[in-house]
Design a protein around this ligand. Structure first.
Ligand code: DX5
Ligand code: ZN
Length: 217
């Protein structure tokens, strides 16, 4: 089986929003090469987080890969703003009604990698039309909106199925899991084919962040 290298993307959502530059430094010092940026609109998800200005200001202080996760009902209206703010990758959700293929294309035209995300209650089949187009598939392993929730075990077969399609179709998108991830759970997701791990609460709680990263799988 083909495998990508393993990437940890700590989510700054679980950092200190009164001092995000300190949170960014904590992520950089851990040795992680990605940071996950959770953007929420209070509509697609029942919470608000931060917008493109914060991403642009973080860009000025960091060279990490910016993995931007748009939890928005109208992501198509914000692609340019998040690309210009310095995102390296932009992931959109499959659930809302909008032109997803056109939006993925726009993300690529703006020079970013593109991803498609799906919620725990969404069938894996719903992302099939986009698999050939994307650089990343993000499997939500909690209902999005809040950090600190428990990983949903029933997502393991979904990860395995998407990984199977990746092999069958000879594609090389990254397979990212997001929600309730810690090193022990990451290992179980890795066994099913995941290679990219978002961790917010468990990462910021870990006393030794380098060990957290090294112990991942
Ligand atoms: C959830 C977000 C996640 C979140 C993960 O809505 O998409 O990225 O920050 O946080 P933890 O690791 O605390 O579940
Ligand atoms: Zn996320």
């Amino acid at each position: 089986m083909k495998r990508n290298d393993i990437i940890l993307a700590p989510s700054i959502l679980a950092g200190n929003h009164a001092n995000l530059s300190e949170s960014m430094k904590i992520i950089e010092d851990s040795g992680a090469s990605w940071v996950h940026l959770d953007i929420m609109d209070g509509h697609f998800v029942p919470n608000l987080s931060f917008g493109p200005k914060i991403v642009a200001d973080l860009r000025k202080i960091s060279k990490l890969f910016f993995d931007t996760h748009l939890m928005l009902d109208n992501p198509q209206d914000f692609i340019e703003a998040f690309a210009k703010a310095g995102s390296n990758s932009i992931t959109i959700h499959v659930e809302p009604e909008y032109d997803k293929l056109g939006t993925l294309k726009e993300i690529k035209q703006l020079g970013c990698a593109c991803g498609i995300a799906l919620n725990p209650g969404t069938n894996a089949e719903s992302i099939l039309p986009y698999l050939e187009e994307v650089d990343l598939v993000l499997v939500m392993t909690v209902q999005p909106g809040y950090g600190g929730q428990a990983f949903r075990e029933e997502m393991l077969p979904k990860i395995a199925k998407i990984n199977e399609w990746r092999t069958e179709k000879d594609l090389d998108f990254r397979l990212e899991v997001d929600g309730g991830i810690n090193p022990e759970i990451a290992k179980r997701c890795w066994e099913e084919g995941a290679d990219t791990f978002v961790a917010g609460t468990a990462f910021f709680r870990a006393e030794n962040k380098k060990a957290f990263l090294e112990g991942l799988v």
